[in-house]
Design a protein around this ligand. Structure first.
Ligand code: HEC
Ligand code: HEC
Length: 351
């Protein structure tokens, strides 16, 4: 009987609590949400404008093992469309079985982080990335000359390059390094995270995300300072920071700026799109769950001169930690592997 009464009391509290919450007016977050609204168009540079033929050629190259010397690797070996364009390994696999120094970054929303590619920003734009993995001895282990020779021996590639680059229509040897780079970059700019519940909330649908996610967003943009670096619709400032994780010799961006204190151990701010679906985390895959990521920020990482001033112990309650995770989960789309499999559009698509 006592249990029954207690049960009824709890139910009553739940109902009252609930109607109280519903009765509470949602704060007006229009200004707070506006900076996170998706862009109307994917940016394609003037020097490499979009065309469907070029994007299709880029897609063929991206998934073709002909790009690796022994024919065992494609770009998709590590940037798996079914795994949000990364893999589930802490660090990328070398071709000798050992692990590379860093984790494979996702390619989601890569069109918006052009100036800062690679964990340490070693690449200046998307075009200039491709021959990094292609020629790396521990990766695809190719040479430019051998790749061009191999592709030129495949008639369908010769005609695809002629179709993708109209100025090459009459050239006897239309396959060049620049065109390989441009085709791959055009395809990769199509890799955009799909609409998530968070985007529906930004568009005005309050109920699209849970109350916990909304509280988490308030923490994210407020007391927890996350937005200082994870800003804008892709949740990255495209810059480099020491958040207090990297140890010892892992100096990240500091490699290029040996006298800078702030860039020592600084790595690129990753996008948070679909983050809940793609552990492990960080440049070295050293953090295995979102809960562990939040604990790290709560502790404030390693306290040292290079650590960003936006990182400090947060003293979050267990409830606040759960709210932050609920918010991060609201950034998950229905599956963004579309450009890998779907027909590509005639005109530059909208996100
Ligand atoms: C062995 C796994 C592997 C393969 C194969 C691979 N990548 Fe990567 N990719 C990585 C890793 C690891 C990084 C990070 C490198 C760094 O920061 O030093 C990276 C970084 C990138 C980036 C920068 C992304 C960003 O947000 O900073 C792009 C773009 C990219 N790769 C495209 C490609 C393309 C195109 C190919 C095929 C030509 C390719 N990758 C093949 C593992 C791989
Ligand atoms: C000072 C800038 C900065 C602030 C503030 C910041 N981050 Fe980060 N965040 C980064 C950087 C840089 C990385 C990558 C670090 C690395 O790879 O070692 C990162 C990584 C992450 C990752 C892992 C993403 C992945 O793909 O591996 C998550 C999740 C994350 N941050 C969430 C948050 C949350 C939640 C907050 C607020 C509590 C926050 N960040 C505050 C800069 C920041």
């Amino acid at each position: 009987m006592a249990t029954r009464i207690a049960g009824a009391a709890i139910a009553l509290i739940a109902i009252v609590g609930c109607s109280w919450a519903v009765g509470m007016t949602e704060p007006d977050r229009t200004a707070q949400l506006a900076p996170f609204r998706r862009a109307d168009a994917i940016p394609f540079p003037e020097t490499n404008p979009y065309s469907r033929a070029k994007a299709e050629l880029g897609r063929s190259l991206f998934f073709d093992p002909v790009l690796s010397r022994d024919g065992t690797r494609t770009c998709g070996t590590c940037h798996l469309p079914s795994n949000d364009w990364t893999d589930d390994r802490p660090r990328a696999p070398r071709n000798d079985g050992a692990a590379m120094a860093t984790r494979t970054p996702t390619l989601l929303d890569v069109a918006w982080s052009e100036r800062s590619l690679g964990w340490d920003g070693q690449f200046r734009d998307l075009e200039s990335v491709a021959f990094g993995p292609i020629t790396a001895a521990a990766n695809m282990n190719m040479t430019e000359a051998l790749l061009i020779e191999r592709l030129s021996a495949v008639p369908s590639y010769v005609s695809a390059f002629r179709a993708a680059f109209p100025e090459a229509a009459d050239e006897a040897r239309p396959i060049t390094r620049l065109r390989i780079e441009q085709a791959l970059a055009t395809f990769q700019r199509l890799i955009v995270a799909g609409p998530a519940p968070f985007d529906r909330w930004v568009s005005g649908e309050t109920g699209a995300v849970s109350a916990a996610a909304r509280r988490g967003f308030d923490l994210f943009t407020g007391r927890a300072h996350c937005e200082a670096c994870h800003s804008g619709p892709s949740f990255t400032d495209g810059s480099f920071h020491d958040i207090g994780t990297a140890q010892g010799e892992e100096i990240g961006r500091g490699r290029f700026f040996p006298t800078s204190t702030a860039l020592r151990h600084a790595f690129k701010t990753p996008t948070l799109r679909n983050v809940a679906r793609r552990p492990p985390y960080m440049h070295d895959g050293s953090v295995t769950t979102l809960a562990a990521v939040i604990d790290l920020y709560d502790r404030g990482g390693i306290d040292r001169p290079s650590r960003s001033r936006d990182i400090r112990p947060l003293n979050l309650t267990p409830g606040e930690k759960a709210d932050l995770i609920a918010f991060l989960e609201s950034l998950t789309d229905a599956g963004a592997d579309g450009p890998a499999y779907q027909p590509l559009p005639d005109h530059p698509p909208t996100p």
